[in-house]
Design a protein. Structure first.
Lengths: 478, 484
């Protein structure tokens, strides 16, 4: 039997507002437990929610970016259930009338073709707090700092047919929200979370029963969990069983999905419009002002990089994968004046160093400005590419700017032809046998043999001789 | 002093006849001697009240002015009061001290009012007799053994017994007006959105509204002046200017068109009460008003609609009382579910549990459309009735309640019969209109209330109409025997 996989994603993007969606408390991550929960977040008796207009603007920004319908009137509803980290006993969300309606994003498949993935809706809601089960012997601790943080829940159509496609879509949404500046995209801190609805069916048949996968806090886990779940479902059906509708938790340590609760155990959330909040009425003004202030989106930027910087499609796509990296590259290029050189260094040395140190770009000890300054010294022949690697290492270690390091370590390239000639003469004198071999050798073999002399000269000059001049002088003298 | 109105007391305070501390002390003494029998206050804030009175006296000496400066009042125990127990009449919050002041509380504090204590009430404002309080029933000062009405029964009894100059109340389906009628005082439920709900513990968010309970329309006007106004912390609060309620009181009533709904004077109304209402209407005719018979055809749908909408909202609003963060928690819960079930099972009283269950049912999958959605549609029909009526008339009048105060225990086992006490008041909340109750001729020595219903944000007009009657009659001036 040929099985087809059907996947839809629900993505929760934490909106980068300074205060919470219904209170004035800060949304900053990492504060002491319950230090950022005000009376409203704590669900004290008598408190009332007031909508943060910035969250509305961010949701509209997302909607405009994916060409979605923006609802002129959307309504907050209460989703009722009991849980210790849900202080009011209900979550304020949107149900029947979400703020963002149908939209579409394009993903690139492995073979380079483009595929549209439908976005069903995106709605605003508040996050819950966190229940902490460790550190409290036999008890549960509750931290409500996160309670009330604004979320945009982005629901896709079941348009994806493989784990790879699901990851491509998730990355695309991740890229868009970061470019829009409405979400920091930090998956470790939970700012960007994915749930996957996964089902299988005989090729082209009616939809199968789906399982919802949770706890997928990296793109790698998303891909693994879907693949494992697809295998589980196919094995189950082929063994004569049936898939039940349920929520399953992905366990990365054991690399398996486990049943969390079945449909029968699911809550009846008893949604109804929240009487404490007025419907959100949007006039054309907000949508127009969002449209006017829309930043450049990832696809447009990638095309511009190919066009304006003459980068390969691959380089352009790597460099625009995140807004931060694209900004870094453009800034370094602006200083250095050589896009290809900057691209190579950002994707090569810089990315390598960051990976090795396990650092994110914004924590890089070498700023775009600083890297650009160093690249400029390659461009103007002050240093060679090889010396530049030494300089970069020193910059990474915090020894100062490129110019300071070049000065302090005396790394300035020797371009004085007299000085280079003296070294060349010395090398030729010291290696008479190689010189005579070279002269006897046939034309084809000579370039390779020349490398030996170049190496010797560079060694003598501690790498500072201008390689091009060394080459020219050696050829002349040999 | 305790027989004086707020404006008379304010005059005495400014003229140096007595201080706020003396006045506060006098009320505290009355509370000490009468509250044990009436049970109208849950908390008495002796120390805090005297401190606030001292502060008011200093402000008066410094030349500060205002009708409420130094005036002792009580707050219904549904309003959060910073550092003071706020029980909402429930075992659930018996151990709860609010960490902040409700908007109404801070507004009245700023105006210089002195808080004597917190008034008894039906648990979470659910009830029409004040029998559903964890702190026991309140007795009607007019007749021991009779209910004061509810849910703001403690506030009404305290005002009637002259244990405070005035009080705050809240009204979700008649909870200010019906106890005002039963206790012979003046109570006003403002337009929905006129008074901020911030810090008022929610029963049914789309219906709840705080308002004044006082001995006269004039006193109610002074209180409402401080309570009303836009508050950015309540999204449903109205950004409407607040008129000067006191200055509008003396407008004459020539040409006033009073609508009398035929549905309010028919079956189910005590004949003697109908007579009292007619007497008051005759007074209005003498004042130059004109009576117009009107119809509010969907009146009979008020109670069924209300008993879907209010429980639905309350089932969600009361979910926060879960024993986790504050309030009552059962002893030794064996797991999370046990914690929820027993904390809520033991913390809430029977009527609250009944309404949570009704509301949970009404919102459940498969029933939502048939109950909640349908009720919302009927709500529109009821509002439309009033809209049409206000095209013909300026104000609507009728009885506040179908009977006078009944005996404690009389209806306690018959919830549906109890719900009928609010038959004339409930539609006003469903429509969000302002409504008032003022005393008219008593029946068998028990107070009777005339209900006045106004158009949206017409509180000034209602107060004016009520005040004019109180200028030519003295039904509102009578004190219950033993409390003069």
């Amino acid at each position: 039997m040929q099985w087809e996989t059907v996947i839809g994603l629900e993505i929760h993007a934490q909106l980068a507002t300074r205060s919470k969606i219904f209170s004035g408390a800060s949304t900053a991550f990492g504060a002491a437990p319950n230090s950022q929960a005000c009376n409203i977040d704590l669900g004290m008796p008598g408190v009332l929610p007031v909508l943060n207009q910035e969250a509305v603007r961010m949701a509209v920004t997302f909607g405009v970016a994916i060409n979605a319908e923006i609802a002129p009137r959307s309504v907050f509803a209460r989703k009722n259930y009991f849980y210790p980290d849900l202080p009011k006993g209900y979550q304020i969300s949107q149900f029947e009338l979400p703020i963002v309606g149908k939209g579409v994003v394009e993903i690139e498949l492995d073979d380079g073709t483009l595929k549209p993935v439908g976005v069903t809706r995106a709605h605003l809601e508040e996050d819950a707090g966190k229940s902490l089960h460790e550190d409290f012997h036999g008890m549960t601790g509750v931290d409500l700092n996160r309670a009330g943080t604004p979320l945009l829940e982005i629901v896709s159509e079941p348009d994806m047919r493989s784990a790879r496609e699901a990851v491509a879509y998730a990355k695309k949404i991740h890229q868009i929200v970061q470019y829009l500046g409405i979400c920091d995209g930090n998956m470790q801190e939970g700012s960007f979370r994915c749930d996957a609805n996964v089902s299988v069916r005989p090729q082209g048949g009616p939809l199968g029963t789906r399982a919802e996968l949770k706890n997928l806090n990296s793109f790698r886990f998303l891909e693994r969990a879907i693949n494992i779940e697809v295998e589980r479902q196919i094995d189950l059906i082929e063994a004569g069983g049936t898939v039940v509708q349920e929520t399953r938790l992905y366990d990365a340590d054991r690399d398996e999905t486990r049943s969390m609760r079945s449909k029968e155990e699911a809550n009846d959330y008893r949604y109804f419009p929240d009487p404490d909040l007025l419907p959100v009425e949007l006039d054309g003004g907000l949508i127009e002002s969002v449209r006017a202030a829309m930043p450049e989106l990832p696809d447009a930027r990638r095309h511009r990089f190919e066009r304006d910087y003459a980068l390969s499609p691959y380089d352009a796509s790597v460099l625009t994968a995140s807004k931060g990296l694209a900004d870094y590259f453009e800034q370094a290029t602006k200083v250095a004046g050589d896009a290809k050189l900057a691209a190579n260094w950002v994707m090569g040395e810089l990315s390598g160093a960051l990976n090795k140190a396990g650092m994110s770009l914004d924590a890089s000890p070498v700023s775009a400005q600083a890297l650009g300054g160093m690249l400029l010294r390659i461009v103007d022949n002050t240093i060679s590419g090889k010396i530049a690697k030494q300089v970069f290492e020193a910059m990474w270690a915090g020894e100062g700017s490129a110019d300071q390091i070049i000065d302090a370590r005396g790394l300035k390239q020797i371009t004085d032809s007299g000085a280079i000639e003296a070294v060349v003469d010395e090398v030729l004198e010291a290696n008479p046998e190689q010189v005579s071999n070279y002269r006897k050798a046939d034309e084809k073999k000579r370039p390779k043999m020349l490398g030996f002399f170049v190496g010797q000269v560079m060694k003598q000059s501690k790498g500072k001789a201008n390689p091009q001049q060394v080459n020219e002088l050696l050829l002349k003298k040999l | 002093m305790h027989n004086n109105t707020i404006l008379e007391l304010a005059h005495g305070l400014r003229g140096g006849e007595f201080t706020s501390v003396e006045l506060t002390r006098a009320y505290l003494d009355r509370i000490a001697s009468h509250n044990p029998a009436l049970n109208c206050l849950i908390s008495v804030c002796e120390e805090g009240a005297l401190q606030e009175a001292e502060l008011a006296d200093r402000r008066i000496r410094a030349g500060d002015d205002g009708p409420l400066l130094g005036i002792p009042i009580v707050h219904k125990d549904i309003f959060c009061t910073d550092g003071v127990k706020t029980s909402c009449g429930s075992r659930m919050l018996d151990n709860f001290t609010a960490p902040y002041d409700a908007h109404v509380v801070s507004q009245l504090k700023q105006a210089g009012a002195v808080m004597l204590g917190k008034a008894n009430m039906d648990e979470f404002a659910m009830g029409s007799s004040n029998e559903n309080s964890f702190y026991g029933p309140v007795h009607n000062p007019w007749k021991a053994g009779s209910v004061p009405g509810g849910s703001s029964g403690g506030s009404a009894a305290a005002v009637a017994a002259r244990l405070c100059a005035a009080a705050t109340g809240t009204d979700t389906g008649g909870s200010i007006r019906q106890p005002a009628a039963f206790c012979g005082i003046t109570g006003l439920k403002p337009t929905y959105g006129r008074v901020s709900r911030y810090g008022m513990i929610a029963f049914a968010s789309s219906l709840d509204q705080g308002g004044p309970m006082a001995r006269s329309a004039e006193d109610a006007a002074a209180l409402l002046q401080a309570m009303a106004g836009f508050d950015s912390r309540d999204s449903t609060s109205a950004e409407q200017p607040v008129p000067d309620y006191l200055s509008a009181l003396n407008d004459d009533l020539k040409g006033l068109r009073i609508g009398v709904p035929k549905e309010y004077l028919g079956e189910g109304l005590d004949a003697a009460i109908a007579e009292s209402i007619q007497l008051a209407l005759d007074e209005y005719v003498r004042l130059g008003a004109e009576l117009v018979e009107i119809s509010l055809p969907n009146t009979h749908l008020g109670i069924p609609t209300y008993y879907v909408v209010a429980p639905a909202e309350c089932s969600s609003n009361l979910s926060r009382f879960d024993g986790v963060r504050y309030g009552y928690r059962c002893s030794d819960p064996k797991d999370l579910e046990d914690l929820y079930k027993r904390s809520r099972g033991e913390g809430f009283g029977a009527e609250v549990k009944r309404r949570i269950m009704i509301g949970t049912y009404a919102l459940s999958a498969g029933y939502y459309d048939a109950y909640y959605l349908k009720a919302q549609k009927i709500r529109h029909l009821i509002s439309d009735d009033f809209r049409a009526a206000f095209e013909q008339v300026d104000v609507i009048m009728g009885p506040t309640a179908p009977s006078t105060a009944f005996a404690i225990g009389e209806k306690a086992d018959d919830p549906v019969n109890m719900y009928l006490s609010d038959i004339y008041t409930i539609a006003v909340n469903l429509a969000g209109l302002p409504g008032m109750s003022i005393p008219v001729r008593p029946v068998n020595d028990m107070p009777v209330g005339l209900q006045l219903i106004g158009n949206y944000f017409q509180e000034a007009r209602l107060l004016n109409v009520a005040h004019q009657l109180q200028q030519v009659t003295n039904w509102h001036g009578a004190a219950p025997a033993g409390f003069e």
